[in-house]
Every structure is written in C-alpha cells, then in structure tokens.
Design a protein around this ligand. Structure first.
Ligand code: FAD
Length: 500
C-alpha cells in the first residue's frame, strides 16, 4: 500500500526474486515482492488458466494486438493472429534489432519456459562466471538449486517408445549418424505426470501444445516450488500488477520505490510510493538493466557505476529447422517439453549446444526444429533514451552471424549425411535462421563489475541485484539453473553479512 515502510522489497518474482524471498524469509525477515505481471491463479471462461500454442488468445501475449510467435511463418506464410490486448504471460519485447521473449507474472520466466534444467559442465564454468569459485557452486549451490526446483529426468525406457518423443528420437538419430554427441536433458516438468497424459489418465498439458503461453498442468514452475515455500513461511507477500519505475535514496535511511499499479489493459490505476530499507532488483536481465540505467541517467541513483547496462548477451540463441526424409516422420503428437540436446560445445571452431525442440503443429511436418545455444562473443549495451524516456539496446542482428556459424557446424554435416535441407519457410519467406529473437537474455549488471562479487550495488548500501543480469551473456546451456544457483550463493553471503 502507498506509504508503506518495508524492511525488504523484492522487484520481480522470477528465479532470482523467488530465491531471495525464500531465503530471507527463512532467516526470519519480512519480505514484500512486487511483480509487474498477473498472478495466473484464476481460470478463464474456458476453465483454464493458460491458452495453448495452437489457439492463442489475450492470455498469450503481454499487451499486443497480434501474436508475435517465435516460429511466425509456416509454408512461407505469416500465421500470427489478432488477439485482444491484455497483460498476457509472454512478452515479446522489441528492441531495434532483437525481440526478447520474457515471462510476465508471478513466477517470471518459469511460467512460459520449456523447463529445461541444465547444469553446465564444470569444465566450462570459468567462462560463465569467472569470479565465482566452481567448487562451491558444484558442491553446494547447483545441487541446492536442482533440489528446490524439483528437477527430474525422463524415464529413458518410456522415452524410447513414447509417440510424443518421436521428434526427439529422430533428432538424436540424425545427429548421431553424423558423429555428434546427444545428451538427455533434465527438466522441471513432472515426467510421471506426462506418462499419465500419454496414457490418457490425466488432463493434457505438454501433450496439448501448452508451453510458451503457460502450462495448465505438469510443470513445476516457481509458483509451485520456491514461491510456494516462501509464502508458506508466513513472512512473504506477493503483489502482482505493480510496475516499479523509480528507486531513489529516502530522506532518512533506505530507499523510496515508486510503482504503478496497472489493470489488465496495462493502464495505470494508481501510483504508489513505499520506503524499503533493502531493495533486491530481480526484474530479469532486461527489466533490471532498464531500471538501473534509467535511475542512473535520470539522477535517481547517479552514483551507479558506468558499467551498468553493459555486458548483455543472448546466450548465443539462434533457431533453425531441417526437413527430414519421408521415412523420418517426427510425429503429429509432440510433447512441448524438450528432453534432448546435441552437445558440440567441445568444438573450438564454433561451440554450440542445440536443443532438439518440439514443433507441436498438431500435424505431421517432417520438420526437426532446434534452438541452438552458441558461444557468440558479441555483447550489447542498454542506454537511456532521453527523447523517448525508454531504454534502448544496441544489439545488431548481424552479430548473430557468429551463432549461425557455430550452429552450421552441427546442421550442415547432418544435412549432408541425410541428404536433407534447411526449412526456409518458418522464420520468414525464404529465411533459414531465426536470428532476430532470443529466449535467454543475460547480463546488463554483471557480477564483480557493476556489483561486488555477491550482487551488492556498492555505491548504494542496501541495494542488490539477484537475477540473470549478473551473468555476463552466456551460460553454455539453458540458463535458469545457473541463475538460481548463483542467487542461492549470493543470498547466503548477503544474509550472513548484511543482516547481523
Ligand atoms: P525472470 O524470470 O524474467 O523474472 C523477472 C520478473 O520481473 C518477471 O516476472 C517480470 O514480469 C518482473 N518485472 C520486470 N520488470 C519489472 C518491474 N519494473 N516491476 C516489477 N516487476 C518487474 N531457460 C532455461 O534454463 N530452460 C528453458 O527451457 C528455458 N526456456 C525458455 C522458453 C521461453 C519461451 C523463454 C521466454 C525463456 C526460456 N528460458 C529457459 C529462459 C529463462 O526463463 C530465463 O532465463 C529466466 O526466467 C530468467 O530469470 P530471472 O530471475 O533473471 O528473471
């Protein structure tokens, strides 16, 4: 409420915010979380909380009148659809040369993501977070994150015959035929639940084309794990539909935080100011970076370091699809939850880890779709635009050439061996690469550069960053387990030293 005096305010309810809230509350602290998106707990008129990928409605996208689907073409024709503007769960945030997909709601990205819960190989950890001791991460914080996120593995015997994973088996077979290593990938989606879906003994979610607009069943998103545990302490409140716009030192101690309460059309219905002794920025790589560069440029937090806004990367994301031979059908029923990756990170000529992605079109397409995570070295900068009052990101689409080069080292040989071709009808007309969007924004307030080695914004005691913006642009695999484990490490140090 307006005028409230709070000990701790957490901005955003994704991985970083959820970890901070649970650990602070467990240490006896009272925590208020504010979240821009909705709570996603009430069903719509169809009895479901979320819509699926085949029939997107207003619930799908954040304040858009037309969907902005990652695979936005089929047979070379655009198939985005007109929808009512609503504070939906997936934001396709458009910067000048890249569109960044992010979750909006209580649970952040966990609501919309594919649940792939991948711990990077320890041998590469030095390239991910060079200032962090790998031993403590692999002995303590990665295991803690995996346990609390409820990470599980597909039953490999079931996988081999499940019709909904034919696409993954074809992806594996064609990769292995060219000598590539494939690996099963853990997930937070409950694979026992998925077995029941396939057996028709439980309502379908992964088997009903549900994922990027939310899963009605099966997925252990943060609202079912960390956030549920945080609320169960009795010390955490979560206030949805509040957008933080300003953070500045308060007259006495602490910080005044200004926020707009919004309705489901995105209109501001009230503006509130609270005072908090400690503030955790957990608005995600894009959200936190935008807030911080704005506070610095507008004079609310002028002493933030000039490195704030820098070091942003897209985890090397590029997407591509191949057209398989007629004997390699990928299946008309595809689980939306990926379980396999092609690991070519050891290739120093172009490192890539390609997830074998579902393409749940509801019909046989013979297509294999991949999301490649590559070692793209390019980094971009967020900057405040005084003309628009917004924040720009200077990422160039051409910078994805590095990612495409790395991905081609996997898919060119597969195509050669299989005598197959790339699909050129899914990301535009005659366009092979999905190189104008990202699922994995990382960086913008890099650990041990813009903050100390635990996320403290040192020029402002009591301000912390605890989300994906701390990670300098790449995690070699899908990022949320690393974001969670780093948050676990940092909050432990912060509680031990700053809450005496
Ligand atoms: P987020 O989870 O983005 O949380 C930030 C929260 O802050 C959001 O809820 C946001 O609404 C809120 N917020 C933002 N600004 C404000 C503000 N001003 N005021 C109040 N609240 C604010 N990663 C994987 O590891 N595996 C996957 O399989 C995977 N699949 C993905 C699929 C999709 C479609 C997408 C979009 C992402 C996927 N990711 C995946 C990426 C993963 O979801 C993100 O890396 C992760 O959610 C980032 O965590 P975070 O804590 O940094 O921020």
């Amino acid at each position: 409420t307006d005028g409230a005096q709070l000990p701790i305010l957490v901005i955003g309810s994704g991985y970083g915010g959820a970890v901070a809230a649970l650990r602070l509350a467990s240490a006896g602290q009272q925590v208020a979380i504010v979240e821009k998106g909705m709570s996603w707990s009430a069903p719509g008129s169809d009895g479901k909380i979320f819509c699926n990928m085949l029939n997107p409605d207003g619930r799908s996208f954040w304040l858009r009148t037309k969907t902005s689907q990652p695979v936005s073409y089929f047979m070379g024709a655009p198939y985005d659809k007109t929808i009512p503007s609503y504070t939906g769960v997936l934001d396709a945030e458009q910067f000048s040369q890249i569109r960044i997909y992010q979750g909006r709601g209580v649970g952040g990205g966990s609501l919309v993501n594919g649940g792939m819960a991948v711990t990077p190989k320890q041998q590469y950890f030095g390239s991910i977070l060079p200032s962090v001791d790998p031993a403590e991460m692999y002995n303590t914080y990665y295991p803690r994150a995996n346990a609390n996120l409820k990470v599980n593995n597909v039953d490999q015997t079931w996988f081999e015959s499940a019709s909904c994973y034919q696409f993954a088996r074809v992806g594996r077979k064609t990769a292995q035929a060219s000598g590539f290593t494939t690996t099963f990938v853990p997930n937070v989606y409950d694979f026992n639940y998925m077995k029941q879906e396939l057996a028709n003994t439980a309502p379908r979610s992964a088997l009903n084309a549900e994922v990027i607009y939310g899963n009605n069943y099966g997925k252990n998103s943060l609202d079912k794990t960390y956030l549920a545990a945080a609320v169960a302490t009795g010390k955490v409140t979560i206030t949805p539909q509040h957008v933080v716009t300003k953070v500045a030192p308060a007259a006495g101690t602490g910080y005044t935080v200004t926020m707009n309460q919004i309705d489901t059309s995105g209109n501001t219905v009230a503006t509130k100011t609270v005072t908090a002794q400690k503030v955790f920025f957990a608005a995600g790589s894009v959200g936190t970076s935008k807030l911080l560069v704005t506070q610095k440029a507008t004079g609310a937090l002028p002493n933030l370091p000039s490195s704030v806004g820098t070091g942003w990367g897209n985890n090397g994301n590029v997407m591509v699809a191949r057209q398989n031979q007629a004997w390699d059908a990928t299946g008309s029923l595809q689980a939306t939850i990926p379980v396999m990756g092609i690991d070519n990170w050891a290739d120093s000529g172009g490192r890539a880890f390609a997830e074998i992605s579902p393409f749940p079109a509801g019909i046989e397409t013979f297509a294999s779709l991949y999301l490649a995570i590559t070692d793209n070295p390019n980094r971009a900068t967020f900057s405040y635009n005084s003309g628009t009052g917004g924040v720009d990101l200077n990422w160039q689409q051409a910078w994805n050439g590095a990612g495409i080069t790395a991905a081609k080292r996997i898919f060119d040989p597969i195509n050669a061996k299989q005598a197959t071709i790339y699909r050129t009808d899914l990301f535009g007309l005659y366009k092979t690469w999905g190189d104008d969007f990202a699922y994995h924004p990382l960086g913008g307030c890099v650990l041990n550069q813009s903050t100390d080695n635990y996320g403290r914004l040192q020029s402002y005691p009591g301000l912390y960053v605890i989300d994906g913006s701390l990670i300098p642009g790449n995690t070699t695999v899908n990022p949320f387990v690393t974001i969670t484990a780093l948050a676990e490490r940092n909050i432990e140090n912060i509680i031990a030293n700053d809450f005496k």
